[in-house]
Design a protein around this ligand. Structure first.
Ligand SMILES: Cc1ncc(COP(=O)(O)O)c(C=O)c1O
Length: 322
């Protein structure tokens, strides 16, 4: 028996994708949408808040602030409220209404940036806004997922550990994870390499993201990719990067639902697409265990990826040359 659903963070199900066609590949998916607020970000939100409180870095009077228009904002608003902390979430005009609603419903104060920055996106203006508020507010803590070492530490201690304990026959050959702030892959890769030094850690990014040096382009699917390279990634142990385009992501989300009954979020489709792409280029001549992290669920994408009209619009946009 537990006293609050938020205590159920972690220990998410691991499933085998049984009818995967490519022989020699044993594919497993870690279903992170079974976390209490619906995504892998529960792990970081819960760990960071608990650690800061235990360390005395923050106290019950502290205001937390973060820039996030999606899963991290949703997770932070829940865990902050559970601890009685004030939380300001800086979002922008592109934030999906369903995400904004969840953040507000869970008690966060929302500041919405509507002016695009000089790069045409909103990130720079979101960060400027945060710096302005931090400079003018007493006892405030900027979570700063792109640079805060606690973000990676959260995944080292939770998801990384779980993956090491769970993989069948004590062998992990490949691990595919989507990247945005870089916290998940940094922490998990450090932990997994300790147990399986030969495991190949594959970072999954999307076209239009600049994380691994790609050319910046408008992206429509949140949760994966970034318009800056997160500092936290400097200590990640990444062996290879696979970049997929959003049309591949969309196709793979639909395929996961049709073939595996998994109603997954965008980055899960990207990860699944990356597995297909990677093993088209790298033949394996022995059975290998391949782990995928599926970070969130399809519900948050019901009006986008799972909406035929939206899909047609985005597919047409993404087929035009950059
Ligand atoms: C759906 C989804 N997938 C993947 C990620 C990537 O995680 P990280 O920010 O730790 O790189 C996120 C982060 O927000 C996410 O929301």
């Amino acid at each position: 028996m537990i006293n609050n659903i938020l205590e159920k963070v972690g220990n998410t199900p691991l499933i085998a994708l049984k009818n995967y066609e490519k022989s020699n590949l044993n594919i497993f998916a870690k279903l992170e949408f079974y976390n209490p607020t619906g995504s892998v970000k529960d792990r970081a939100a819960s760990y960071i808040i608990n650690t800061l409180l235990n360390q005395g870095t923050i106290n019950s009077e502290t205001t937390l602030i973060e820039s996030s228009s999606g899963n991290f904002g949703i997770a932070l608003s829940a865990y902050a409220r559970q601890k009685g902390l004030r939380f300001i979430c800086v979002i922008d005009d592109t934030t999906l209404p369903v995400n904004e609603m969840m953040i507000r419903l869970q008690g966060a104060e929302v500041i919405k940036i509507t002016e695009p920055d000089e790069r045409g996106g909103f990130l720079l203006n979101r960060i400027r806004k945060i710096k302005e508020i931090v400079a003018n507010t007493e006892n405030i803590y900027w979570v700063n997922q792109y640079e805060n070492p606690l973000n990676a530490e959260a995944y080292f201690n939770s998801l990384g550990n779980e993956i090491c304990l769970e993989i069948p026959r004590q062998k992990l050959d490949y691990l595919f994870m989507g990247v945005s702030s870089g916290g998940t892959i940094t922490g998990v890769s450090q932990r997994v390499k300790k147990k399986y030094p030969n495991a190949q850690i594959i970072a999954v990014d999307v076209e239009g993201s600049v994380i691994f040096g790609g050319k910046s382009r408008k992206r429509f699917i949140p949760g994966i990719g970034s318009s800056l390279r997160p500092k936290i990634l400097d200590s990640a142990k990444i062996d290879d990067v696979v970049s997929v385009d959003e049309n591949e992501t969309i196709d793979c989300c639909i395929e996961l639902l049709e073939k595996h009954n998994i109603y997954a979020g965008g980055s899960s489709g990207s990860v699944y697409a990356a597995v297909n792409k990677y093993f088209q280029m790298h033949q394996v001549d022995r059975p290998v265990n391949v782990m995928c992290v599926f970070a969130d669920k399809g519900e948050r994408y019901i009006s986008t990826i799972y909406n035929a009209e939206w899909r047609e619009m985005i597919e047409a946009y993404n087929l035009t040359p950059a």
